[in-house]
Design a protein around this ligand. Structure first.
Ligand SMILES: Nc1ncnc2c1ncn2[C@@H]1O[C@H](COP(=O)(O)OP(=O)(O)OP(=O)(O)O)[C@@H](O)[C@H]1O
Ligand SMILES: [Mg+2]
Length: 304
């Protein structure tokens, strides 16, 4: 018997008689991720499995197996150069489900830039993030957990069938909290009350989620807006408020944030305007599609 929560024992494992576990490369609230070698193709890949039982680190209110199942259904509907590729799914010897994913090389979060990184590189990464989200939304899915730890930069090249781009490739991962905009019922429920809306990193939560509204395309765009602000200004607008933890502090951004953005980019600048629209408190006033953000960021890139 093995435990896949224990990295030290990982080297002894073979999953489904095919994938040799080489290393533990990540874990979060829902799953544990291993680097594996596929015996059939000799490729290095990543395998994600749910935390077993009540393993330390798991989110107690989310069914990790249902989450993996939702993730596989969502990823199977998606095919995009900036969304992690799902290569296989299965069940291991203990009956635990697993996802086989392309292995991202040197993954780091989208907000993690060396000081020398140019504005062009950052804008290009943000364009890739919004292109990925546009694809998710066009498949009638809401990612539901858009945070820097799920929007990674990596060194894998973009697949040859797509226009090659220089620089790091952005890759959206972790569809464990995905919801459908229409076919909601086709995704297995995360818990008895349906998927919780108030899960995810507080810094990126849209204000309406804090008030109990369900996750939506608009809440994904707000979270991506927070990432955009962080990539372009170096700080998350919420963290400017200091360590305030009240719900009110999460609902309302500090009043000074837009002034600070305007100081960097100019009050009437396209960048300030885009940030204002992505981070509008009222979803009706918010940027309505990821495609709009792509066009704006590309226009900003042409101006600079
Ligand atoms: N395909 C991959 N290649 C390389 N590393 C990966 C891959 N997928 C995930 N990881 C690593 O594993 C970590 C956890 O993965 P993931 O976000 O999918 O799990 P999670 O348990 O749903 O996370 P959380 O709930 O904390 O957001 C990632 O932050 C990343 O560092
Ligand atoms: Mg994650």
């Amino acid at each position: 018997m093995y435990s896949h929560a224990l990295p030290a024992e990982s080297s002894l494992r073979v999953i489904a008689g095919r994938y040799d576990v080489l290393a533990h490369i990540g874990s979060g609230g829902m799953g544990i991720v291993h680097q594996v070698r596929d015996r059939q193709t000799d490729r290095l890949l990543a395998i994600k499995q749910p935390w077993s039982g009540n393993a330390a680190g798991s989110l107690p209110y989310v069914d990790a197996r249902a989450s993996i199942s939702r993730e596989s259904l969502a990823l199977a509907r998606l095919d995009h150069p900036h969304i992690v590729h799902l290569l296989d799914t299965g069940t291991d010897e203990l009956g635990e489900p697993f996802l086989v994913l392309e292995l991202l090389e040197k993954p780091r979060t989208i907000v993690n830039w060396p000081p020398t990184a140019s504005r062009e590189e950052r804008l290009l990464a943000l364009v890739q993030m919004f292109e990925a989200l546009a694809h998710v939304h066009s498949a009638q899915l809401v990612h539901g957990d858009v945070t820097p730890s799920n929007v990674l930069l990596c060194d894998n090249p973009v697949r040859a069938t797509f226009t090659p781009r220089s620089g790091a490739r952005v890759c959206l991962i972790d569809f464990g909290l995905v919801v459908g905009t229409e076919e909601y019922a086709t995704l297995p429920s995360l818990d008895s009350d349906g998927p919780p809306s108030l899960v995810g990193c507080a810094l990126y939560l849209a204000p309406e989620l804090i008030e109990g509204a369900p996750m939506s395309i608009s809440s994904d765009l707000y979270a991506a807006g927070m990432i955009t602000a962080e990539v372009l200004t170096g700080t998350n607008p919420r963290s400017r408020a200091g360590p305030r933890t009240t719900l009110a502090a999460l609902r309302d951004l500090p009043k000074t944030w837009i002034d600070e953005a305007a100081e960097s980019f100019g009050r009437e600048s396209r960048t300030t305007d885009l940030l204002r629209r992505l981070l509008a408190r009222d979803p009706d006033e918010r940027c309505s599609s990821a495609d709009m953000a792509v066009s704006e960021l590309e226009a900003i890139g042409r101006e600079t």
